[in-house]
Design a protein around this ligand. Structure first.
Ligand code: CP
Length: 309
């Protein structure tokens, strides 16, 4: 395993499988009455989030604590960033204070890569602009594998705002490397050109795409990244691309419904659909802890067979 986890594009199928297999062992730890092992005792993990987060930040905190690391989360809004401190300076300061891992989320693609070249600490990309969100791609692959046994040959449809979605990019890398047949569907204005080059099938008509799918990953409409003119209206989007109970019921009882969160309920997915028994949205959140434990463990030089009890 390398020093950093910056993207899934550069990981091999074997790298991804090792992380998922390690996450299985981590999930077993999380099922114990005492959800803590001493594996990362003495190590320091710092969360540095320049964009909002609930799931990723909290699950990195939990993952670090379950492995006995000391965990700190820098509140960027009240840090010296507001006095003009550069990202490189902030990260060097964090490292001088003893960080072994820096988990970073930033609105600009490539910032985690820059930081990884700046510090000796292991750097984990927690989402960089529209580029990648590797631990989300891993936990999505883990959740599908857990539900269906294997990714090989499984038909996964990613629906929505593909253009702005770092989750879609990481999902496509992870799922295609593991042998899934991935399709995407959204309005033409929210589909980046050339997607077929990544081995995915492209649809603009949801009702044509849905019957082909065993797994549906619904993406959030990223209202904060829309530059205007890409969507006619949210109501129209919801009518043409929203997942509701009626569309879900047309797919049968075995379909797996996913959403990385946070969801705009009533826009890309209705609350009734999100709470349906076919939804694994809560599993995705829970599995995020196990997958992030696995990433921290492997980046620290651990071997799956040695995960301490
Ligand atoms: N899926 C995801 O990244 O959620 P948060 O923005 O809450 O971390």
């Amino acid at each position: 395993m390398r020093k950093d986890l910056l993207d899934l594009r550069s990981l091999s199928k074997q790298d991804i499988e090792l992380i998922l297999d390690t996450a299985d062992a981590c999930k077993e730890i999380l099922s114990r009455p005492v959800r803590k092992v001493p594996t990362l005792r003495g190590k320091v993990l710092v969360n540095l989030f320049y964009e909002a987060s609930t799931r990723t930040r909290m699950s990195f905190e939990m993952a670090g604590k379950c492995l006995s690391a000391d965990v700190m989360s820098v509140s960027v809004a009240t840090s010296s960033v507001t006095k003009g401190e550069s990202i490189k300076d902030t990260v060097r300061t964090v490292e001088a204070l003893g960080a072994d891992f820096v988990v970073i989320r930033h609105s600009s693609p490539g910032v985690p890569h820059l930081i990884a070249r700046t510090v000796r600490a292991g750097v984990i990309n927690a989402g960089d602009g529209t580029h990648e969100h590797p631990t989300q791609g891993l936990l999505d692959a883990f959740t599908i594998r857990e539900r269906l046994g294997s990714l090989a040959g499984r038909r996964v449809l990613i629906v929505g705002d593909i253009l702005h979605s770092r989750v879609a990019r990481s999902d496509i890398w992870a799922l295609t490397k593991l042998g899934a047949r991935v399709a995407v569907c959204g309005p033409a204005t929210l589909l980046p050109p050339g997607l077929e080059r990544f081995g995915v099938k492209v649809y603009t008509d949801l009702d044509e795409a849905l019957p082909q799918a065993e797994v549906i990953q619904v993406l959030r409409v990223q209202l904060e990244r829309q530059k205007g003119g890409l969507l006619p209206s949210l109501r129209e989007y919801s009518r043409r691309y929203g997942i509701n109970k009626q569309r879900l019921d047309a797919l049968g009882q075995d379909v797996v419904l996913m959403h990385p969160g946070p969801a705009n309920l009533g826009v890309e997915i209705t609350e009734v659909a999100a709470e349906d028994r076919r939804s694994v949205i809560r599993d995705q959140v829970r599995n995020g802890v196990a997958v992030r434990m696995a990433v921290l463990y492997l980046l620290s030089g651990g071997d799956k067979s040695e995960l301490a009890d």
